[in-house]
Design a binder for this molecule. Structure first.
Ligand code: FAD
Length: 262
């Protein structure tokens, strides 16, 4: 199987600062880490490769320092890594990001599966995985908690929903975004760390992707952020309900209804 795992470097904080002028997240001067959800996507890709053979390619679009997250993927066991890095990519929204990533996946060629994390902890939209699938016109499933490969061209996945889970049959090539519970990501070995230090990450620009420059960066991004504001602080009212179990249960229901939570 040829598996591409899309990974993003994110600020190591959930208190991202917003530029009041451009309404963009200020990423400079903040410690950057691999998006926590992407560890699970890398781990799943490595497990599938170890079971069925093939290769894992880690792919990221980001600034120069994003090579660090790609090296992290190599240290965990990915075979190759590619960074999309050029001024023309800067300012991309989720549509333009997924367009560029889809173009890179096409260039890699013969890809059976694309794995993404469930969402990035900074942008938080969870749109990039589905966006890649839409650009490639491939099948997709989100919130995947289990992957079963049935044949070279078919897989069955279990995906989380609000009530429980769905079982979906998909044909490859496909794009899946995976949730935290799907596996326990490995800690890189010393050998892996040494290999990743020596790995030269290839950098691709729009010219390498045969991409339409009008679809990239701020100009290629249909999203316009007109206003941003922090969410209102939650009211934390704790109420202790006492009494017999039946009375407690009824009081709890009443309380939840009162707070529009039921
Ligand atoms: P999600 O959709 O929540 O991510 C889901 C999964 O997709 C991730 O777990 C990962 O597997 C994959 N993924 C997401 N992003 C990438 C990536 N870059 N490379 C590889 N895999 C990825 N962001 C910037 O970094 N720089 C900017 O200059 C910038 N300018 C913006 C301008 C505008 C007008 C807008 C609206 C947004 C801008 N953003 C910028 C934010 C940018 O749109 C998102 O951060 C980005 O598209 C990913 O969306 P997300 O963070 O919600 O990821």
């Amino acid at each position: 199987m040829k598996i591409v795992v899309c990974i993003k470097q994110v600020p190591a904080t959930n208190e991202a600062k917003i530029d009041p002028e451009t309404k963009r997240i200020l990423r400079e001067d903040v410690k950057a880490i691999l998006n926590p959800f992407d560890h699970y996507a890398i781990e799943e890709a490595i497990r599938l490769r170890n079971k069925f053979g093939g290769e894992v390619i880690a792919l990221s679009m980001g600034p120069d320092k994003a090579v660090r997250v790609l090296r992290e993927a190599i240290s965990m066991g990915a075979d190759h890594a590619v960074l999309l890095n050029d001024r023309a990519f800067g300012g991309s929204d989720t549509w333009a990001t997924s367009y560029a990533l889809a173009k890179a996946i096409k260039k890699i060629g013969q890809v059976d599966l694309v794995l993404c994390g469930k969402q990035a902890i900074d942008g938080d939209t969870a749109q990039v995985g589905p966006g890649i699938a839409a650009h490639l016109n491939w099948m997709q499933a989100t919130y995947v908690m289990e992957i079963n490969i049935l044949s070279p061209h078919q897989m069955r996945v279990k995906r989380m929903n609000e009530m429980g889970y769905d079982i979906c049959l998909l044909e490859t090539p496909a794009v899946l975004s995976v949730v935290k519970g799907i596996n326990t990501p490995r800690v890189p070995t010393l050998k892996g760390r040494i290999a990743s230090d020596r790995y030269e990450v290839p950098v691709w620009t729009p010219a390498d992707l045969d991409a339409n420059i009008d679809n990239l960066g701020l100009n290629g991004s249909p999203t316009r952020v007109v206003k941003t504001q922090p969410p209102a602080p939650r009211e934390n009212i704790t109420k202790i309900i006492e009494g017999a179990p039946q009375i407690c249960a009824q009081s709890l229901i009443n309380e939840l209804r009162l707070r529009n939570l039921l």
